[in-house]
Ligand binder design. Structure first.
Ligand code: SF4
Length: 320
């Protein structure tokens, strides 16, 4: 690891533009050891007052430094946002969840093998150098939203649940505070896969806002190569309400399949007002997968996503 300066921030204004931000360090330290990240100065924000989960406009305001463990077991999260609790508990290991923070989880980098190998060309790590994944090992890679310059997936489970919950991200910068819907927070790779979010240099995530709990049942289902401590091959965060035998409202987000937590409102529109039958689910899945494209090693994700989608909808509507 290259030498770097270390500073500890006392307040938010002392962080902005002061260096590479570190909180739990569960992703950044790995990337520094691999030589993918080489900051000259890291600014430790763990002493900032961003560790509270507060009631906020009928929902919750989750401080950026709330750990993944604390968030998963919070009574309000377990009761009103179980999709989020489940997603958090399906991620990483207990030790990592104790260190990983809400803000850091949103900003974790892809686990594309070639991104983490500084000997491989990678447009995300070094714009214009090429993409070794295309034509390479693609088991973890995207089937939706990719570009000819990058086919990496976003690895977060938490963000997928937050996407289904219509969360927003509170950001502090030199110009003050702004709030960005999570649906607009991540940007697709296009020809600049090194740009992953709308965060500007010097800005800091201070909180995530959850709106009032949605009606209906919630679940998070994650399919992965082993039972724990593995990233999603495919995951589905689902929130579905059923009234008088028809689907009233559905919110669905997908992980492991795209460069950002994936949501397609046309899928939800196709489900609303319909009886929860296999035919309904398959028609909605056709919309979801209309533009899905495999890269060889990840072709299996297309039928796997269809089956997982159907299984989640079946679970959420059964007996309702
Ligand atoms: Fe880099 Fe993206 Fe290609 Fe992976 S898929 S090697 S992150 S450009």
């Amino acid at each position: 690891m290259r030498p770097f300066d270390y500073a500890r921030a006392q307040d938010v204004s002392g962080v902005l533009d002061a260096g590479k931000i570190i909180a739990g360090g569960t992703n950044l330290l790995d990337l520094m050891k691999l030589g993918v990240e080489t900051p000259e100065r890291v600014v430790d924000i763990t002493r900032l007052d961003l560790k509270r989960i507060e009631d906020f406009e009928g929902g919750l305001r989750i401080g950026a430094l709330v750990s993944n463990s604390d968030l998963a077991v919070d009574d309000r999260i377990r009761r009103d946002y179980p999709v989020l609790s489940r997603a958090l508990l399906s991620g990483a290991s207990g030790q990592l969840r104790n260190m990983a923070t809400t803000g850091g989880n949103l900003l974790q980098r892809t686990r594309c093998y070639y991104f983490q190998d500084v000997a491989s060309p990678c447009n995300k790590r070094e714009p214009g150098s090429g993409c070794r994944a295309i034509g390479g090992a693609t088991r973890l890679h995207a089937i939706l939203g990719a570009s000819e310059h990058c086919i990496a997936t976003h690895p977060s489970d938490m963000a997928v649940a937050m996407q289904a919950l219509d969360a927003s991200v509170e950001i502090e910068g030199a110009g003050g505070t702004r709030t960005v819907p999570l649906s607009e927070f991540y940007v697709l790779p296009g020809d600049r896969p090194d740009i992953e979010t709308v965060l500007k240099p010097g800005e800091l995530i201070t909180a995530v806002i959850l709106p009032a709990p949605p009606p209906g049942r919630q679940t998070y289902r994650k399919v992965r190569d082993r039972a724990s401590y593995a990233f999603a091959l495919v995951s589905v965060a689902g929130i579905v309400s059923v009234k008088d035998g028809v689907i009233e409202q559905a919110a669905l987000a997908f992980g492991g399949v795209a460069p950002r937590p994936w949501r397609n409102l046309e899928v939800e529109t196709a489900l609303a007002g319909r009886e929860p039958t296999r035919e309904t689910f398959d028609e909605a899945a056709d919309i979801l997968l209309a533009e899905a494209e495999g890269q060889g090693g990840n072709d299996f994700k297309i039928p796997l996503l269809r089956r997982t989608f159907r299984a989640v909808l079946g679970e959420l509507t059964q007996g309702a």
